[in-house]
Write a protein that binds this ligand. Structure first.
Ligand code: TYM
Length: 340
């Protein structure tokens, strides 16, 4: 085909997702979100945000928050995201997020926010600080997504309810003002959408729980080995995928499968006649193999703060350009006075 005959480059669909810089990232964040960000980067226009505005819904130490934002930028890049192809930036550097969130607050009902299970869980965990930001947290998340006319949102299963609310808000707004927002779909992995705690495998693996319950992305091999060795299983000794009755064993199988050891049935077939010790050894191997390259790249990147700063600065400008296009359209639709 001659150059003249070539079809115009097709516009790629848009992906948006975010991670809070509010603590150590866990293997759950990696499997449920980060590793999918990397997989999707070639086929979509991707925007991966460091959601520092969400992080302050619980009290943060300012120096730690500042440090963690750059660390998260380094983790995004170390896990394989190319900062030339993906927008990696801090939410607070693009004021359109907060501005759209305010507008969307006026299109969201108290009853809807009251139903959010994460709000209920976080209010119970931070009973001394149940602030309005914690309550309207999903509205800011909706603003994040809708600002970029996002098609697909890769997240773990714990964000599904927030995503559904985002779609409801967008549809409500579009119902009044016409097609302003693209209605986003979730991208929730089949395996690994909810990695469980190593000590209480009925509960999600979470950075806010004690150390022994999660694997941190930056844990060294000995720590990973120790934590998986102590992971709670059960007493029947059979290797079988049955999350309801065998949550601990099923969690280890999900981790292995998500990290590339094959589908769960094949792993289970392979492991027949073997004991939990062997299951744990093989899980440990998968986790160490997945995290070691990320960790060495992280160490290299975090030593170059100037580079990380330049990535988030440049990408915030590009993100602001895109976000402002949607924001201006929204402002016009709702009747804000035009700017001179
Ligand atoms: P956050 O920071 O709590 O978690 C980041 C991502 O990791 C996923 N995740 C898990 N996946 C599997 N197993 C687990 N144990 C596990 N723990 C966490 C989460 O589902 C998430 O995808 N509200 C979001 C951040 C956010 C956002 C957004 C996401 C803000 N704006 C817009 C998507 C789109 C959150 O708190 O994620």
């Amino acid at each position: 085909m001659s150059e003249m005959q070539q079809p115009a480059a097709e516009k790629k669909q848009v992906i948006f997702s975010g991670i809070q810089p509010s603590g150590t990232l866990t293997l759950g964040n990696y499997i449920g979100a980060l590793r999918n960000f990397v997989k999707l980067q070639n086929d979509y226009d991707c925007i991966y945000c460091i959601v520092d505005e969400h992080a302050i819904t619980v009290r943060q130490n300012p120096a730690d928050l500042r440090r963690r934002c750059l660390e998260l930028a380094a983790i995004y890049i170390a896990s394989g995201l190319d900062p030339q192809k993906n927008l990696i930036y801090c939410q607070s550097h693009v004021s359109a997020h907060a501005e759209l969130a305010w507008i969307l607050n006026c299109f969201t009902y108290m009853g809807e926010l009251n139903r959010m299970t994460q709000f209920k869980a976080k209010s119970a965990a931070h009973a001394d600080n149940i602030n309005a930001g914690l309550f309207t947290y999903p509205v800011l998340m909706a603003a994040d997504i809708l600002l970029y006319q996002t098609n697909l949102v890769p997240v773990g299963v714990d964000q599904k309810q927030h995503l559904e609310l985002c779609r409801d808000i967008a549809q409500r707004f579009n119902g009044v003002y016409g097609n302003v927002f693209t209605i986003p779909e979730g991208y929730i992995p089949k395996v690994g959408a909810k990695i469980m705690s190593l000590q209480e495998p009925e509960k999600k693996m979470s950075k806010s729980d004690p150390e022994e319950t999660y694997i941190a992305l930056l844990d060294d091999p000995d720590t990973i080995r120790r934590k998986i060795k102590r992971a709670v299983t059960d007493s029947d000794g059979e290797i079988r995928y049955d999350p309801e009755n065998k949550p601990g064993v099923s969690n280890l199988l999900s981790i292995m499968s998500a990290l590339g050891a094959g589908d769960i049935e094949t792993i289970v077939a392979d492991m027949q006649g073997k004991g939990y010790g062997e299951l744990k050894n093989r899980t440990t191997e998968c986790v160490i193999n997945a995290l070691t390259p990320l960790q060495s790249e992280f160490k290299r990147l975090i030593a170059d703060k100037g580079y990380l700063q330049s990535v988030i600065d440049e990408n915030a400008q590009k993100a602001a350009y895109l976000a402002n296009k949607t924001l201006r359209k929204v402002q016009k639709k709702i009747g804000y006075a035009p700017r001179g």
